[in-house]
Design a protein around this ligand. Sequence first.
Ligand SMILES: *[C@@H]1O[C@H](CO)[C@@H](O)[C@H](O)[C@H]1NC(C)=O
Ligand SMILES: [Ca+2]
Length: 334
Amino acid sequence: MGIKAVKTFPTDYDGIVAGAPAVDFNNLQGQRAMFYPTTGPIGSPDFITAETCKGLIHDEVLRQCDHLDGVEDGIIEIPSKCFFNPWTLLCRQGESTDCLTFAQVKQVQEIYAPYTYADGQLIFPRINPGNEEQAVLKLLAGKPFSYSEDWFRYVVLRDRDWDATTYNRDLVRRADELNPFNIRTYPKTLPVFKERGGKILSYHGGQDNQITQFNTERFWDHMASTDRNLHDYFRFFRISGMFHCSSGPGAWAVGQGGGAPAAGIPFDPQQNVLAAIVAWVEEGRVPDTLTGTKFVDDNHTRGIDFQRDHCLYPREQTYIGGDHRQSSSWKCEL
Ligand SMILES: *[C@@H]1O[C@H](CO)[C@@H](O)[C@H](O)[C@H]1NC(C)=O
Ligand SMILES: [Ca+2]
């Protein structure tokens, strides 16, 4: 909605905060619809249970990727460096527990791969490894994802009897060609908003379980390909260890969403996204990092567990030594 507003109604707002933006919407819905036919319904042959996904698979993702940032803390700082290989989980001869069958490994491989047409053309970037705990609630629940099911059923196909198990790539192609209500929202330039001095601040969790952070990287890169100074008005922060919009193992509280997730975060531009956009628009104070907070038990009345200064994309969170719970032990580097 934030990016759509900037594109279509560029004079409405001077500043926009767009968290986990659902840009390239038709292809996003295609990817979401793809998981159900891939996993099959609960109980179908080779169905991977939520317990296996949150346990065996998540643990292996962390074993392969948590340390890549130099600190084993359950947080994957730079998801784009994590290429999860599920073959390590293949059952050996005689093994039948705590491992995956050949068909399950193939399924997991497909789930974590970029979503493409048969000729390799990208439809939507791969999901974020490390999102397993919450991905099992919707994308990998063994049920149709309600938003994509309704979208294809009532908007794209207008067929109330459409069965989500029959989803295939032809349908996402059709949806993207149809582009109902011009909902795509994948601008390459935003000339009117830029010209009048508007500012966009976007943030996205690195272990997002509904919309992959890789898509916001792709979107920022897409816009940066025509504007070398994109940072002048569009800044994107990768929030490590955050699920979709909030929660997760990372220092995810940045004042987003108002209400409960924002509780305990002062209205300070360094720590609060809304304060940050106000300070940028009204005082020209440009955000370079965004400090996230992890509260003890995610309960702000219990005090701060740790904080981390999230980096301006494409800078990367880099461990430089010392107590990893101190934000001074990290640095943003290109
Ligand atoms: C947060 O912590 C306080 C103090 O320990 C407690 O009273 C309260 O019930 C907690 N809130 C939640 C939602 O758990
Ligand atoms: Ca880590």
